[in-house]
Each structure stands twice: as structure tokens, then as C-alpha cells.
Ligand binder design. Structure first.
Ligand code: SAM
Length: 315
């Protein structure tokens, strides 16, 4: 049964945060929407990450309602030693058509092969700067080899057959906003898709950080529209993907103040501690799975409630 929310939107995609832990400390990180004061206060030691079996039980229950794609995120998902077990268990669910993962890439060159062998289809790798100093400024990574580490990870992911490999670039005004062509050239050199992402601010758009660094991607979208030899519009978020003459594909993720983006959102989120999260931008409407995380009845109850209260953030 395909489930729709009150706005007629289907829910096909489950984005699971598997850990809050990360080896980097990116200045822009939204922590998958668990960043706000509310969650800092509410955070308590009794929270523990879901186990691979619990994750499998949740995904298996949701396929009945149309979930077909799973994205694993964090924190840094590769910090979980059992990440391949998580992927393997999800892969066992035949209805799931797409398993992807988003990573900062630091451990990717070592782990890409086992990720592929465990059933991962594709990967997104965050690389917010090409200049080592800017990279350190953004990520808090102290050594000068950060960009190289990530690029090696990307190369290895391509080599083992993860497809596509996307490079995620959150665009920040006056930090990397002048380097967009360099990223496109890197995409050509490596054979990776470049995904430019607008800065999102789940803490409210009035924050000084947002005002200082937000860089609208609508102009870039217009420029790419004129230049591209082909444009695809993805079902998810109505995102545009531009195929350029040099063969590079560039996807633009433009969520901010964008009604179209929200109206085409078919994603629901699951926190690492077992709450459904209807929208990245809100943390006042999470729905916990009560009782056992492996109980299909409880999983279903929480999921249906979360879908029921889902609403477009920008409307
Ligand atoms: N540690 C992994 C990583 O760095 O990719 C996974 C977690 S990270 C929160 C997941 C994705 O969210 C990354 O692609 C990152 O670029 C994106 N992201 C984080 N904070 C963001 C923000 N404020 N606005 C837009 N995208 C953001």
C-alpha cells in the first residue's frame, strides 16, 4: 500500500541517522535536525543508537507502506563498526530498491569495497572545499591532508563500482561560492556527480550564521539551465540535474524558501534513537517508537502518526 500524507505526498524514502558521533565538526552542520536547543536539553544518556536488527525490523515494517529507498547518515555513519551489517540487513529486504549512504569520506578509501560488497548501491561524499585551509576552517580537521583523504575515498568508491558517487558541496557565501567551477572540473576529472546544496538552517533563518553564509543557488540554477545539454527533474524534491557538455552531471539542492521542494518531498527521517522525524527543519513533532524497536505494531503506529502530521515547511 502506497501511503500519502494530507498533502497528497507519497513517502518512499527513509533517511536513517545511525549515529550522532562524528570525527569532524563542520561549521554548518545541521546534525540532521537534532541541533537545536530543545534537543540539547532533551538529550540524555539513555539514548542509544538502534541496532542493525532493529533497523531491519523498522525498514521491513515500512516497506508495506511504500518505503523503497533508504539513505544512511549520521553523524558519520562510517564510525559505526557494524555499518556493513546494517547495510546487509537492509539489503535482505527485497522491496528496497536503493540503499545509499552519505559520508565525510575520511574512512572511505579503506571501507568502500566492504560497503559495496555488503549491498550499498551508491554514496554521497561531503567535500565542502578544495583548498586545504578552507577545508580545515569548515570542518575543524586540523591536518592539511583532509581534501586528499576525501578525494582518495571518492576515487576508491568509483573504483569499486558504487554508482553514482556524488560530491556534496554545501555552498557558503565567500567561502566556497567562488569555487563552483572548480568543483565542476573535479567532477569531470573523477567521473563524479557534483551536488551543490543550499545552506539550511533548522535553527531559524534569523541566525547570524545563516545571514552571513547563506548563498542562494537560484542564479546558479538559471546559469546551468542555459548551459546544460539536458536537464532532468528528479521526483525527489523536484531537484534539477543538469547534464553539461563535458559529461558532468550537476544536481542543485535548493530547499530554502522553496515550496516546490517541500511539495515534492517524499522523505521521512528516523533518528539514531528511534524517533520518526517528519521534517529536517522541525524538531517539535518527532514521533517515538514506543516499547520495542522491533515490534511491527509499535513501528507502524509511530510511522503512521508521523506521516499524518507531515506538512510542507515552506508552503
Ligand atoms: N558525516 C556525514 C557527512 O559529512 O556527509 C553525514 C552527515 S551530514 C549531516 C549529511 C549531509 O548533510 C551532508 O551532505 C552535508 O553536506 C549536509 N548538511 C549538513 N548541514 C547542512 C546544512 N546546514 N545545510 C545544508 N546541508 C547540510
Amino acid at each position: 500500500m502506497i501511503i500519502h500524507d494530507r498533502f497528497g505526498r507519497t513517502v518512499k524514502n527513509l533517511r536513517i541517522s545511525v549515529t550522532p558521533a562524528c570525527n569532524l565538526n563542520c561549521i554548518y552542520c545541521h546534525r540532521e535536525g537534532l541541533y537545536s536547543l530543545y534537543h540539547c536539553i532533551k538529550g540524555d544518556a539513555s539514548r542509544r543508537p538502534l541496532t542493525p536488527d532493529e533497523i531491519k525490523a523498522i525498514v521491513k515494517t515500512l516497506v508495506k507502506y511504500g518505503i523503497r529507498e533508504v539513505k544512511l547518515t549520521g553523524g558519520e555513519p562510517l564510525l559505526r563498526r557494524d555499518i556493513t551489517e546494517i547495510i546487509r540487513k537492509i539489503r535482505e529486504i527485497k522491496e528496497i530498491k536503493d540503499i545509499s549512504l552519505v559520508t565525510n569520506g575520511h574512512f572511505l578509501s579503506d571501507r568502500a569495497l566492504e560497503l559495496k560488497e555488503s549491498g550499498l548501491d551508491r554514496v554521497n561524499v561531503s567535500l565542502p572545499a578544495l583548498d586545504p585551509e578552507k577545508y580545515s576552517f569548515i570542518t575543524g580537521y586540523k591536518r592539511s591532508d583532509g581534501v586528499d583523504r576525501v578525494i582518495n575515498g571518492i576515487k576508491r568508491a568509483i573504483e569499486v563500482g558504487l554508482d553514482p558517487v556524488k560530491i556534496n558541496v554545501v555552498v557558503l557565501r565567500d567561502i566556497n561560492s567562488g569555487e563552483l567551477d572548480r568543483f565542476i572540473n573535479l567532477g569531470e576529472e573523477l567521473g563524479a556527480v557534483i551536488q551543490f546544496i543550499e545552506l539550511q538552517d533548522p535553527n531559524g533563518f534569523k541566525s547570524d550564521f545563516f545571514k552571513k553564509y547563506y548563498y542562494s543557488l537560484s542564479e546558479l540554477e538559471n546559469k546551468l539551465s542555459r548551459k546544460a545539454k539536458k536537464i532532468y527533474v528528479r521526483e525527489m524534491h523536484n531537484r534539477k540535474r543538469f547534464m553539461l557538455d563535458n559529461g558532468v552531471e550537476v544536481e542543485v539542492v535548493r530547499p530554502m524558501f522553496n515550496r516546490d521542494f517541500c511539495m515534492h518531498c517524499n522523505r521521512i527521517r528516523l533518528t539514531y534513537f528511534g524517533e520518526f522525524k517528519p521534517c529536517l527543519m522541525r524538531d517539535d513533532n518527532h514521533v517515538p517508537i514506543n516499547g520495542s524497536f522491533s515490534d511491527p505494531g509499535e513501528i507502524e503506529k509511530a510511522f503512521l502518526k508521523a506521516v499524518k502530521i507531515r506538512e510542507p515547511y515552506f508552503s
